[in-house]
Design a protein around this ligand. Structure first.
Ligand SMILES: [Mn+2]
Length: 432
C-alpha cells in the first residue's frame, strides 16, 4: 500500500499538497493527520467527502510499502506514523519546501520556495494533469497562505506563476477569501491581547519603541495586521513582534514604523527578510528571541547613520540658467542637457525659480520666445535639505506634483533630486 502523509497542525499548503499527491500518485491513499489547523476544519466540514482522505487509524501501517511525505521532511511532525520510522523496507518520496529535516528519502523533491504546492504544481503541469476548479481553489489557498498572498519575502517568481496557472484553472477567489481571510478572529485577538499585556516600551536612540516577544503555535494569519494595531494602540514610533514557533524552530519578526527615522525594510533586510520603510518582516530559523531583540536594538541605534541621505542620491553638478536668459536659449539648453527642467538663478547665484517644459505652455506668441525666462518660470520653488531622506523628497514630489527638487545647502544649490533618483533609491539600492 502506498500512502501520502503530511505534517500535523495541517495548514492549507499541506492539505493542497496531499491532494496534489493523490493526482501524482493515483491509487495512493492520502492520510490526513489528527491535528489540523482550525481554519482548515471549516473548509473540510464542507469539502471532506470530495477529497476522500483517510484517518491514520484507518491505515494498517504493516501494509504500507511506499510513503510519500509532503510539505515536511521531519519525522516528529508526522501524526501517528511512529512505527514507520524504523522500517527499512519502506520506499520514501519527499516533496518539501523546508530546508531542515531528518527523513531520508529515496526520491527527494526539495527546494526552497514560498509554498510546497508550487513544487507539486510544476510536476502536475509537466504531467499535464487536469485540475478541477475545486482543486485549483484549494491549491491557491495553500499558496496564498504560505506566501501571505505572495507578499512574504520567501515568495519566488515561480509561486506567482503557479498562482496565475491556478487562476487560469478557475480557482475561485470568492471561496478562497471566505476560508482564508478570517481577518480579525479569535487567534488574532489573543495575540493582540498578549502583546498589550506585555506592552514593553523603551527609548532606543531617541525613538519610542516597543519590542514584544511571544510564543505561537502553527501559522497565524494576519500577524502583521495585529502588529500594526498594536503599534497604534500603544502609540509608539515603531513596534516589533517576535513570534516564536517552537515546533517549527523559527521566529517570525514583524515590524511597523510610523516615522521616517526608522526604516523597517532595511532592518528586516539585514535579518534576511524584506519590506518597506514602514512595514516589513523576516523569518529567522533556529534563533532565540532575545538575540533577535538585541539585533533590532543595535540596528535602531545604527539606523540613523546608515540611512541614505539625499546627498547620496542627488544628481550634481546642477545646470542652472540665469534669470535673464531668453526662453529660446533655455529651450535649447534643456534639449542639449536632455532634461525637462532646471533651476533659475539670479546674478548672486541664488535660486529664484525653476523652469520646466510645463512652463513653456504659458507661451502664446513666437515673440515671447525672446523674453527672459524669469517671465515664465515658476517662482514658488520647493527645495529640500541634503540631510533629508529620499522618502521626504518623494512625498514633496507627490504633494506639489513636481518632478525635481533642488537640494539647497547654505543658500546654494548643491544638487537636484529627480523622480528617477528617488526611483533608483527605492528599487535599485534595495537588495532583493
Ligand atoms: Mn508549506
Amino acid at each position: 500500500m502506498k500512502i501520502i502523509i503530511t505534517h500535523k497542525g495541517t495548514d492549507f499548503d499541506a492539505l493542497a499538497s496531499l491532494v496534489a499527491g493523490k493526482l501524482l500518485y493515483p491509487g495512493a491513499r492520502a492520510v490526513l493527520p489528527y491535528v489540523i489547523n482550525p481554519n482548515l476544519k471549516a473548509f473540510l466540514s464542507i469539502h471532506k467527502d470530495f477529497f476522500g482522505f483517510y484517518s491514520p487509524r484507518e491505515i494498517n501501517l504493516d501494509e504500507v510499502t511506499e510513503l510519500v511525505v509532503v510539505d515536511t521532511n521531519t519525522w516528529k511532525r508526522l501524526d501517528g506514523m511512529e512505527a514507520l520510522q524504523t522500517r527499512k523496507d519502506l520506499r520514501i518520496t519527499v516533496w518539501d519546501h523546508h530546508v531542515n529535516g531528518d527523513i531520508e528519502a529515496h526520491e527527494l523533491h526539495r527546494e526552497e520556495c514560498g509554498a510546497n504546492i508550487t513544487l507539486m504544481i510544476r510536476e502536475l503541469k509537466a504531467q499535464r494533469k487536469l485540475l478541477s476548479p475545486i482543486q485549483a481553489t484549494l491549491f491557491l489557498m495553500g499558496l496564498y497562505e504560505d506566501t501571505g498572498n505572495l507578499t512574504f519575502s520567501s515568495t519566488l517568481a515561480e509561486d506567482a506563476l503557479a498562482a496565475a496557472y491556478l487562476l487560469e484553472r478557475k480557482a475561485d477567489l470568492q471561496i478562497l477569501s471566505t476560508f482564508l481571510r478570517q481577518a480579525y478572529g479569535k487567534q488574532q485577538k489573543d495575540v493582540l491581547f498578549e502583546m498589550i499585556q506585555q506592552a514593553d516600551r523603551s527609548d532606543v536612540a531617541g525613538f519610542n519603541v516597543s519590542i514584544v516577544s511571544m510564543d505561537i503555535t502553527g501559522h497565524i494569519q494576519n500577524l502583521s495586521m495585529v502588529v500594526q494595531m498594536y503599534r497604534e494602540i500603544v502609540n509608539v514610533d515603531a513596534a516589533f513582534g517576535i513570534f516564536k514557533d517552537a515546533e517549527r524552530e523559527r521566529c517570525m519578526v514583524i515590524g511597523r514604523s510610523n516615522i521616517e527615522g526608522i526604516n523597517i525594510g532595511s532592518i528586516m533586510r539585514s535579518m534576511g527578510g524584506g519590506g518597506h520603510p514602514g512595514a516589513g518582516s523576516a523569518l529567522l530559523k533556529n534563533t532565540n528571541p532575545v538575540v533577535i531583540q538585541e539585533m533590532i536594538e543595535e540596528m535602531l541605534k545604527g539606523n540613523q547613520h546608515s540611512s541614505v541621505q539625499l546627498s547620496d542620491i542627488m544628481s550634481y553638478p546642477v545646470v542652472t540658467v540665469d534669470e535673464n536668459t531668453v526662453v529660446d536659449d533655455v529651450a535649447m539648453i534643456l534639449r542639449e542637457q536632455g532634461c525637462t527642467g532646471m533651476p533659475v538663478v539670479d546674478s548672486d547665484n541664488r535660486m529664484v525659480g525653476i523652469i520646466s517644459r510645463r512652463d513653456f505652455k504659458k507661451i502664446r506668441k513666437d515673440s515671447q520666445m525672446h523674453s527672459p525666462v524669469k517671465a515664465f518660470m515658476s517662482r514658488e520653488v520647493v527645495s529640500i535639505s541634503p540631510h533629508s531622506s529620499a522618502i521626504e523628497a518623494a512625498r514633496l514630489m507627490i504633494k506639489h506634483d513636481i518632478g525635481r527638487i533642488p537640494v539647497i545647502h547654505d543658500d546654494e544649490i548643491i544638487g537636484i533630486v529627480t523622480r528617477s533618483d528617488t526611483m533608483v533609491y527605492f528599487y535599485d539600492i534595495l537588495p532583493d
